[in-house]
Design a protein around this ligand. Structure first.
Ligand code: CP
Length: 353
């Protein structure tokens, strides 16, 4: 059974094949109107979404399939206390693929243990968002012709921004990538991401000033300060509005730099940037639909796996990350893995201390 929990689940050849397929879907969508005829996707959105939810739904409809699910868990038996395991076991009996977004880190991995059909991570808390990365890579490849050799500036809330974490993971599959990680010190990338960058010998430097590095960038990837992830509201107040990309700041950037953003934006890209030809974030959101079409076709046609291996029953969380799914679903097994000699939670990647 294949799932997409983390971009690391795909190797470079698989990604290249998915991109080629997404490109064909963009160029000749009429050739794919029956690609998933008879297939059903279930969309479980425990958190708000515009792009991811709607683009997955339209992707399945454009492939000839159908979609059911919820965009508000209070309309389902989750409101009566149903566990994630039971919800997933139920809907995997009805659907051919599950698309899932939650505020709990590691939840898609948890769901995959109990699902008879592929699970797609559509964002798990501040952890990962691999299908946004598919949209991002599709945009860069389509507009720049390549990903290898590029210099990317990732700017904003790099601590809580799951799109940034997934993109960094994906870039390990490409050659000669340089990262400028631009954030306030208290919103820098989590330790597990820094460990990942070092382990994969990726070039990166952490800075606080956008203006000082903008002339060097091929891609500027802006992100929102993720208000909903802050435990301390004062920390949010200190950091909101810290980066605002304006037309004036863009004057120092290369004429072919791409300005990207996973969206939604709040105030980090001024409206007057929208008409600059380098601003490609709305195009990026549309490309995401084609990337998701390619992924759905790849996963939804797999045979069901009705006999799943037994899963050990846990009794208490081993992970200290309070946003980890193991803190809300106590039956999850205490799975630990080693990364760079450090023991980590296999669900949310946090180091176990
Ligand atoms: N980029 C993204 O995930 O947007 P939504 O939250 O609207 O899905």
């Amino acid at each position: 059974m294949r799932h997409l929990i983390d971009f690391g689940d795909l190797n470079r050849e698989e990604w290249d094949a998915l991109y080629a397929r997404a490109s064909r879907m963009m160029d000749a969508p009429e050739q794919f109107i029956d690609a998933c005829r008879g297939k059903v996707a279930c969309s479980l959105f425990y958190e708000p979404s515009t792009r991811t939810n709607f683009s997955f739904q339209t992707a399945m409809l454009r492939l000839g399939g159908t979609v059911f699910g919820f965009a508000d868990p209070s309309s389902s038996s989750v409101a009566k206390g149903e566990t994630l395991k039971d919800t997933v076991k139920m809907v995997s009996g009805y659907a051919d693929v599950i698309v899932m977004r939650t505020p709990w880190e590691g939840s898609a991995k948890a769901a995959s243990l109990y699902s008879s059909v592929p699970v797609i991570n559509a964002g798990d808390g501040g952890h990962m968002h691999p299908t946004q990365t598919m949209a991002d890579l599709t945009t860069i490849t389509r507009l720049r012709g390549r990903v290898d050799g590029l210099c990317l500036g990732l700017c904003g809330d790099l601590k809580n921004g799951r799109t940034v974490h997934s993109l960094i993971k994906a870039m390990a599959k490409f050659q000669d990538i340089k990262f400028f990680l631009i954030s306030p010190r208290e919103l820098a990338v989590p330790d597990y991401m820094r460990a990942f960058l070092r382990e994969n010998s990726m070039w990166f430097t952490e800075v606080t000033s956008l203006e000082s590095v903008i002339p060097q960038l091929d891609v500027l990837y802006m992100t929102r300060i993720q208000r909903e992830r802050f435990v301390d509201p004062l920390e949010y107040e200190r950091n909101k509005g810290v980066y605002v990309l304006t037309r004036r700041k863009l004057e120092r950037a290369r004429s072919d730099m791409l300005v990207m953003h996973p969206l939604p934006r709040v105030d980090e890209i001024s409206i007057d940037v929208d008409d600059d030809p380098r601003a490609v974030y709305f195009q990026q959101a549309r490309y995401g639909m084609f990337a998701r079409m390619a992924l759905l076709e790849h996963l939804a046609l797999q045979p069901r796996q009705d006999s799943l291996p037994p899963v050990e029953i846990g009794t208490r969380p081993v992970c200290s990350n309070p946003r980890c799914i193991t803190h809300t679903e106590h039956y999850l097994p205490p799975i630990v893995r080693r990364t760079g000699g450090v023991e980590c939670c296999a669900f949310c990647d946090a180091a176990l201390r």
